[in-house]
Design a protein around this ligand. Structure first.
Ligand SMILES: Cc1cc2nc3c(=O)[nH]c(=O)nc-3n(C[C@H](O)[C@H](O)[C@H](O)COP(=O)(O)OP(=O)(O)OC[C@H]3O[C@@H](n4cnc5c(N)ncnc54)[C@H](O)[C@@H]3O)c2cc1C
Length: 721
């Protein structure tokens, strides 16, 4: 492997988690990698011995023992834990609080047994816990099973070969597992599961020296509820309907004589996907959207916005994007924003196609405790006859009103009154040509800053990007390689199965995987990273050295998926100002920095993200309710997202949040929970409170072509092929 391409010009980093090659030698194992089930930790000296096994009989045998020890009549948790799961006392430190980071490396301490003990995980999504939980280590798994298994009444355990037959996969040269899909029933519903078995050498007893296959990860997920058919395919409406459909729809959507069961705030992807899933489960919902047209949330964003995630990752539930769709979806087509918008119009057509109930030009002004367990939601609708107010009494309110509150953050910088130019946040920015002939400074160096700056350059506007802190950069190609095993043109998996596989990877485990893949991706993106550094644009290694995934989970920002913008800096078309400290003050003509240097500007565009000071729901809920709500977003110490996709605290209040893929996966989870509550089959949540290293990898051959590098990388990242 070539020297760390993230090395900055002065060899220093501006944030914890960016380790230099020197500290790597001092600390041979990265804390994220410490629990990886490497073959050497498992006592396997010959990989060829284990990779040539026939996976089917091993999977069948493991599953039959699993069925026997989880069945209510023969429940045997000690046997399940000791015979079928990898034994481990390992506890990840990767998500420790910042205060516990090592002052030398800026990283979490390496767990004591990290050099010799692999971790073990059981991740459950609603099937056994009615929550999102990851249990790590034998002790915690055992306790969870003792608390929940008998009550769940697991039965009908079956190998599921339709999603993929049991198969050996080798994620890295030193890691190999046997993956199997299976299904089972509980008293509540039908569940899917994925187990990843690793080979272990028996150390003692009569079988000493033999290889046994034990689970490193078990993932269980609630998929359906008993007696609740999904109103899809064979269960679609069977009878012809001759009456005017639009009249029936108009009546349905008017909610004259009834309240919906669920009121959803916001008709972005989060709201629409939740409504679609609720509809399939037969739950009546109404979406309240404050803009005039569904899709305006994308139409009215800046003209240059286009999705940076590839199309295969972004599909909507029930109606995937057409195959003619570009890989990177434009939010809107330039010039005719009111008429034409890729993503905005897609949202609108989704509402039409699925007959979802939406009130536009309507704003939720408050959500208060209503009668009984219900919530009183005040909606003000504007129309030709003036404003009308309606108070709905509903069992559930889903807040799909935007990412972490969607309030723009503009730093408070002295001297604003002196500055003679215009100041705006990226949310207020429309198009580059609005500023033709002017001098623009874009503050920030991540997604919006790149999109907006590149657009300025293309339209001939004089623009400088100001970077205060380094950013994480991954090329679009790199991201595609990262997702390729699950979401790509040629993936063998349907989106549903890919989502299941994606969910089956506990985040604490993914820290190790991502620490490794981040380095591979840096190799692929070496020219971009070096080119940027040469121009004074600083690049870091992502959250605690693990690239993009944890940046998204922990902050939702701080990165740029490079869909072309970096080249503008490397080619010198986009100027960068950095290494000058923070902005000290506005001057009459622009900005002055801590080092005394200045930039002239007619317009300053802040691409500085969201204001996270207030709770995202504080515009809707009274203080006494907010105090009972969990924080939203960011990971807890199990690696699970805080507060979202479940009740935020008080019963009946839900938060739906995330990019398109996260909303796709979790809108189903929210719908299932709500339906189970309505049906009376929801149990009790098993909640948690409220609320490069030394492992050697074969480096990529530097002589191979770019295309071959991508192919190799895709092959390595194709986790489940
Ligand atoms: C610039 C930018 C680029 C992004 N790029 C990507 C990307 O490439 N890929 C990706 O997956 N994600 C991307 N995202 C992130 C994310 O997918 C979007 O923020 C997405 O819009 C979130 O969907 P949502 O449904 O949660 O919220 P939103 O799309 O923000 O929708 C919320 C809706 O709620 C409405 N609303 C809010 N308050 C009220 C109220 N009181 N009453 C009634 N209605 C209300 C709003 O009008 C809005 O329509 C991007 C976000 C931004 C800002």
């Amino acid at each position: 492997m070539s020297p760390d391409p993230y090395k900055t010009s002065d060899g220093k980093r501006d944030k914890p988690g960016c380790i230099s090659p020197v500290t790597m030698t001092d600390q041979p194992i990265h804390p994220g990698e410490a629990g990886l089930p490497t073959l050497s930790k498992l006592g396997i000296s010959s990989k060829s011995l284990v990779e040539s096994v026939d996976p089917l009989p091993i999977a069948e045998q493991w599953l039959s023992s699993f069925a026997a020890s989880t069945a209510k009549a023969s429940l045997n948790i000690p046997s399940l834990v000791s015979d079928l799961l990898l034994p481990s006392t390992f506890e990840s430190t990767f998500l420790c609080p910042d205060s516990d980071l090592s002052p030398n490396t800026g990283l979490p301490p390496v767990p004591k047994t990290g050099d010799r003990e692999p971790s073990v995980y059981w991740r459950d999504v609603l099937a056994l816990t009615w929550d999102f939980r990851t249990f790590e280590g034998t002790k915690k798994i055992q306790k969870f099973l003792e608390d929940r298994l008998a009550g769940a009444n697991i039965r009908n355990v079956k190998l599921d070969q339709a999603d993929g037959p049991p198969a050996i996969a080798s994620l890295f040269p030193d890691i190999l597992w046997l993956q199997l899909f299976f299904t089972f029933d509980t008293d509540v519903g039908g569940c899917t599961a994925i187990a990843r078995l690793v080979p272990v050498v028996d150390k003692e007893g009569p079988g000493a020296g033999n290889i046994k296959w034990k689970a490193h990860t078990v993932f269980t997920r609630l998929e359906s509820l008993h007696d609740v058919p999904e109103l899809l395919g064979p269960l679609r409406k069977q009878e012809p309907f001759h009456g005017p459909w639009d009249e029936a729809r108009a009546e349905e959507i008017a909610f004259k004589e009834r309240d919906p069961t669920v009121l959803i705030i916001g008709a972005g992807q989060g709201g629409l996907m939740t409504a679609a899933n609720l509809k399939v489960l037969g739950v009546d919902s109404l979406i309240i959207e404050k803009t005039e047209r569904v899709g305006d949330n994308w139409r009215k964003r800046y003209e240059a916005l286009c999705l940076h995630d590839p199309v295969w990752y972004d599909h909507f539930p029930f109606i995937p994007f057409p195959k003619t769709w570009p890989i990177y979806t434009p939010a809107r087509k330039a010039r005719f924003p009111s008429m034409s918008s890729f993503l905005g119009n897609w949202l609108e057509s989704y509402v039409d196609a699925l007959d979802l109930n939406v009130w536009t030009s309507s704003t939720v002004t408050k959500v208060e405790r209503g009668q009984g367990d219900r919530w009183a939601v005040t909606v003000v609708s504007s129309g030709p006859g003036g404003d009308r107010t309606r108070v709905f009494n509903v069992n559930h309110v889903v807040f799909a009103s935007g990412w972490i509150g969607m309030k723009s953050y503009v730093p408070d910088i002295p001297g604003r009154d002196k500055f003679r130019g215009q100041v705006l946040h990226s949310f207020e920015h429309n198009r580059a040509t609005d500023h033709s002939g002017k001098k623009v400074v874009v503050v920030g160096a991540c997604t919006a800053a790149f999109d907006i700056s590149v657009d300025y350059v293309d339209k001939g506007v004089d623009v400088t990007m100001y970077q205060r802190k380094s950013s994480y950069i991954i090329s679009g190609q790199g991201l595609r390689a990262l997702l390729a095993g699950l979401y790509s043109e040629n993936t063998p998996f349907s989106t549903e199965v890919a989502d299941r596989l994606n969910l089956s990877m506990p985040n604490l485990f993914m820290a190790g995987v991502n620490h490794r893949s981040r380095q591979m991706l840096a190799e692929l993106d070496k020219d971009i990273i070096e080119g940027l550094e040469k121009k004074g644009f600083h690049v870091n290694t992502g959250y605690r050295d693990t690239g993009i995934l944890f940046q998204v989970w922990q902050t939702g920002g701080g990165y740029y998926i490079d869909v072309g913008g970096s080249k503008y800096i490397i080619d010198g078309r986009l100027k960068v100002k950095g290494d000058c400290g923070a902005i000290k003050e506005y001057t009459e003509k622009g900005l002055r920095f801590e080092d005394g240097s200045e930039l002239d500007a007619d317009v300053v565009v802040f691409c500085t993200g969201l204001d996270k000071k207030k709770h995202p729901l504080s515009d809707f809920l009274a203080e006494d309710v907010i105090t009972q709500c969990s924080p939203l977003w960011g990971l807890d110490d199990e690696g699970e997202l805080k507060g979202v996709h479940r009740e935020v605290g008080p019963r009946g209040l839900w938060s739906m949040m995330g990019n398109l893929a996260v909303c796709r996966m979790n809108s189903k989870h929210v719908a299932l929970q709500i339906k189970a509550m309505e049906k009376g089959s929801f149990g009790t949540r098993y909640s948690k409170g409220t609320g490069t290293g030394g492992l050697k990898r074969k480096s990529m051959d530097e002589d191979v072509s770019e295309a071959e590098k991508i192919r190799q990388l895709e092959e390595r990242m194709a986790l489940f092929d």
